[in-house]
Design a protein around this ligand. Structure first.
Ligand code: PA5
Length: 477
């Protein structure tokens, strides 16, 4: 691996501390060492399943190879990003779900938290927006702040059939056409290589610059593909660092013993916690930069594990509800529930060892002890103390929690986090014996939308919707 020195990479290692999951720390509501050790064989089988199938497109496991097989693509993306950074004032991602949450997450994690408010000289690139909804107000408001002819639109959709993304595409196509702009100048597609409507559109128009979302990479596992890499590069993010971090975590997940493999152990802990009734998984970063990593993780965990059938066709209804919580902000809204409510949660802290920002709280209000004790401490000390205190309070209250330690936030450590959670999800799916990589439950709502909007071929579905009993006015109060 040619990214920085070995010593530096090791100093940036992301680690898992699961002491507070154990009964030694949380008492009767924690896991005994036997609860964990009984997984040795199952975990080995899950490890084998993931290792044997990694890279297989037909199983949607192509994402495991993304850290290694994109040298040419990365070079092309970097060139394109350079052009976009000098030519355009705005860069807008049109996409939803796996085509949006990754770009939002990486932007928020590694760019200035008020990036769009910086000057062009400070940003060195275009303003950045991701439109992942079809709320008309949001679209109108976006169009109020961008100038379409000075905007590069990255339409990201594997299928090119996602109503939300394609509705947005039709709006910008209309705007660009009316402004006399050739869409080839201002639009980049990220889509399937052979199938899908964006491919058809590109062929019809005579070749729109397109990046490929590889066959074996599903939306929620696509952040390290061009889906995430192009937007990241446009925002000045070190995409080689992201991929190097992912490769480093892949290396850390090579041991087949769950006691040495952080993703496998994390999966085992969550699955056993679920079996013990902890059906809510709270992802709680103590970092504003990682706020949207929790959103990205929620999709990964929910869509991958929420299934009603095992791989052998047996009915099951599995999955753990992921919840996003932000430290310290949500200490003042949710932590009361986590500490004293039902014993149905596992809290995962994402904790930074270094924030990379020195800010000392000045002395003052010396006659008010409630305030004056803060003076002389740094903001970093304060947030880290609150993180430690919350972990302590949860542990004291018998609530399972564990910490993922991040030496500092950079492209390399973010790449590690992404790969860690992707591997954890793959192992957890294997432990549950489900198909981790499909999402049949999302389809029904999509079909109902098509029927309601009169799409050809959905007349029967429309009839089904119309055949619902009339609403009882008594239930509308
Ligand atoms: O994770 C997934 O597969 C989904 O969230 C998809 O990314 C989302 O539905 C968008 O699909 P598409 O890329 O086909 O527009």
């Amino acid at each position: 691996m040619g990214y920085k020195t070995k010593e530096w990479r090791n100093s940036m290692r992301v680690t898992l501390d699961y002491n507070n999951m154990m009964d030694t720390f949380v008492g009767e509501h924690g896991l005994s060492s036997k609860d964990v050790s009984k997984y040795v064989r199952k975990a080995a089988a899950a490890y084998r399943y993931v290792s044997e199938n990694r890279g297989k497109d037909e199983l949607y496991m192509g994402w495991t190879e993304l850290p290694y097989n994109q040298t040419e693509i990365v070079a092309d993306i970097k060139e394109t990003a350079k052009m976009i950074r000098s030519k355009f004032q705005y860069f807008v991602v049109l996409g939803i779900g796996g085509s949006a949450l990754g770009p939002i997450m990486a932007f928020n994690a590694l760019c200035h938290l008020h990036y769009n408010d910086l000057t062009k000289i400070q940003r060195k690139g275009p303003k950045f927006y991701v439109e992942d909804n079809v709320d008309p107000v949001r679209m109108r408001d976006l169009l109020d702040v961008i100038e379409p002819e000075k905007t590069c639109f990255n339409v990201i959709s594997k299928s090119g059939a996602t109503s939300e993304t394609m509705a947005q595409y039709l709006i910008i196509l209309d705007l660009l056409t009316k402004a006399g702009v050739n869409i080839k100048e201002n639009v980049i597609f990220t889509t399937d290589a052979k199938k899908g409507n964006l491919k058809k559109i590109s062929d019809e128009v005579g070749g729109i610059k397109s990046y490929i979302l590889p066959d074996g990479v599903g939306g929620r596992f696509s952040e390290l593909s061009p889906v995430g890499l192009l937007p990241a590069a446009v925002c000045g993010i070190d995409i080689k660092g992201l991929l190097a971090g992912a490769a480093y975590m892949d290396h850390l997940c090579k041991p087949h013993s769950m006691y040495k493999n952080p993703a496998l152990m994390s999966a085992v802990l969550q699955i056993e916690a679920m079996k013990q009734g902890k059906n809510i998984g709270v992802m709680m970063p103590y970092s504003d930069n990682l706020k949207y990593l929790a959103d990205w993780y929620c999709q990964l965990w929910a869509e991958s594990l929420g299934k009603n059938e095992t791989l052998d066709g047996q009915p099951c209804n599995v999955g753990q509800t992921p919840v996003k919580s932000l430290g310290v902000t949500d200490q003042h809204s949710q932590v009361q529930l986590y500490t004293e409510g039902p014993y149905d949660k596992v809290v995962t802290f994402l904790s930074l060892k270094k924030y990379g920002c020195e800010m000392t709280i000045p002395h003052g209000c010396e006659n008010i002890p409630d305030v004056s004790f803060l003076g002389g401490h740094t903001m970093e000390e304060l947030i880290q103390a609150e993180n430690a205190a919350t972990a302590y309070a949860l542990t004291k209250a018998g609530r399972m929690n564990y910490t993922i330690w991040i030496p500092e936030l950079n492209a390399f450590t973010l790449g590690q986090l992404l790969f860690l959670f992707e591997m954890q999800t793959a192992y957890a799916g294997a432990l549950l014996n489900i198909n981790t990589f499909n999402q049949p439950g999302v389809e029904e709502g999509k079909k109902a939308t098509f029927a309601l909007l009169g799409k050809a071929g959905y007349a029967e579905k429309k009839k089904e919707l119309d055949s619902l009993p009339a609403k009882d006015p008594a239930c509308i109060i």
